[in-house]
Design a protein around this ligand. Structure first.
Ligand code: SAM
Length: 450
């Protein structure tokens, strides 16, 4: 690894918990590999592995497997996530304890690490908006959220300023901000070459801009979670102090066990943050903090609207779902989606302000004599287990994921969900002697599977 810049090391001397020698030694070691299990798709993977201390569903792996060649990864059984970032679960546990039916925004969400974590912690009545401003990254986010399988996680692709128009709408906003990235050097040593003091300053200014833009969307009494993977105080504690200078906020502290190795820092303006150094925790460099908004905020109220629930479509497509309480609405010219009735008003509010990329669960469309099901249904945790399916072994599942013939003889005719270890991967339509593979082209595995 290229040398760590001396100006950063100089900057960090004053930071609580920084130990230069140990920090440099840790950068000579390989980063640990960890994954987070999807509790809604728990098929008993990695049960004997060491757990991440601050996240019940996080586990360390002894080596890095080729995840692409594991069909259960494609089915959304787990998400590959660096362990320090899983601390968000610990922070949210306290914050969510007394709150239900929340509106949560993950503002900088791609590829979906924090969003999949949040989705697993929310009750069904809550709604998570996962936003990613960069369109190409939004499609990866969309894919990962679809794999995770929750109907109440929607994807938008907007600038923070657009979301700021939703005055007082969100109970919780998570800003996992774009940053100079020093905390991830062990995983991506090339990023070292892009680091400079000027870039740290530019990132700090952008972080302030993002926070200022989205701030109006947070309710009074709502919680802002701010995180970076940078060690620089200019992007961490100083941003908290900037926030405390601009707005009326209170710090939120959580209990941290000493043996976890996490460093609790206090800022000049009395805010609290949590720092992760790779020589102290089994994870990468990370910073996270939460504050409560005390400012007055006018809140958007759901307007009266006429339900768009389509009973005819419910009769045709209702068999796809396990949850009987969904409403069926027209998503675009041809496609229909399902969502919970309590989220219909949210859709009215949101679509006026932002570009909705994924709303509820996309169901597909009616055709002459049948329903053409959407890929999303196969991955949904709300899919009806009674829908015809084929259980594939690993080889067959990988062939399906390459969009090749699975090589299963005598398939019953019609639409079938292909499953691996009981988890849906996608659809095939069997014609008896052959079958058509409906895995979306952009989802297919491109690597050699032999
Ligand atoms: N939360 C993600 C996760 O856990 O997988 C990681 C987010 S990454 C640290 C920061 C994200 O912010 C990137 O996806 C990046 O595209 C996005 N971003 C870049 N510039 C932005 C801006 N000006 N406003 C909002 N988001 C931005």
């Amino acid at each position: 690894m290229t040398d760590i810049p001396s100006s950063l090391l100089g900057d960090l001397q004053a930071v609580k918990g920084f130990d230069e020698a140990a920090f440099l030694t840790a950068h000579k070691l390989a980063p640990p590999v960890s994954v987070r299990i999807n509790p809604a798709k728990d098929i008993g993977l990695f049960t004997a592995n060491e757990k991440v201390a601050w996240c019940g569903s996080g586990v360390y792996l002894n080596e890095r497997p080729v995840f692409t060649l594991d069909p259960s990864y494609h089915a959304g059984a787990y998400y590959v996530q660096e362990a320090s970032s899983m601390f968000l679960a610990h922070m949210l546990r306290d914050i969510l304890a007394e709150r239900k039916g929340l509106r949560v925004l993950d503002l900088c969400a791609a590829p979906g690490g924090k969003s999949t974590l949040i989705a697993s912690m929310l009750d069904k009545e809550s709604l998570l908006i996962s936003n990613e401003v960069i369109r190409t990254r939004a499609s990866i986010l969309d894919e990962n959220m679809t794999r995770w399988g929750h109907m109440n996680t929607w994807v938008t692709s907007n600038d923070p300023r657009d979301l700021g128009r939703l005055h007082g709408y969100f109970d919780i906003i998570v800003v996992d901000a774009p940053c100079s990235g020093s905390g991830l050097w062990r995983k991506d040593p090339r990023a070292l070459n892009e680091w400079s003091e000027a870039n740290v300053q530019m990132c700090g200014e952008r972080q302030q801009r993002i926070l200022a833009d989205v701030w109006p969307a947070l309710k009074q009494g709502g919680v802002l979670v701010y995180a970076t993977c940078s060690y620089s105080p200019e992007e961490d504690e100083e941003i908290l102090d900037w926030l405390a200078g601009e707005y009326d906020v209170s710090p939120i502290a959580v209990e941290v066990k000493e043996e976890w190795g996490i460093v609790t820092t206090s800022t000049a303006k009395g805010m609290t943050g949590y720092r992760f150094f790779p020589d102290k925790v089994r994870g990468e460099g990370f910073f996270i903090a939460a504050v409560q908004k005390n400012d007055d905020a006018d809140s958007l109220r759901p307007e009266r609207f006429k339900t768009a629930h389509d009973k005819k479509i419910q009769q045709q497509a209702g068999y796809l779902l396990n949850s009987g309480d969904a409403v069926f609405i027209q998503a675009d010219k041809e496609n229909y989606s399902a969502l919970l009735p309590q989220h219909e008003a949210d859709l009215q509010i949101l679509k006026k302000a932002v570009y909705m990329r994924k709303t509820g669960l996309k169901l597909g469309m009616p055709a002459a004599k049948e329903w053409l099901p959407e890929h999303e249904v196969a991955l949904s945790i709300d899919a009806n287990p009674g829908v015809p399916c084929i259980e594939a072994d690993r080889e067959q599942a990988l062939r399906f994921l390459k969009r090749e013939e699975m090589g299963i003889a005598d398939l019953p005719k019609g639409w079938q969900i292909v499953k691996y270890r009981g988890l849906g991967l996608g659809w095939v339509k069997s014609l008896g002697n052959r079958s058509n593979n409906y895995l979306p082209k952009q989802w297919r595995i491109r690597m050699d599977i032999e």
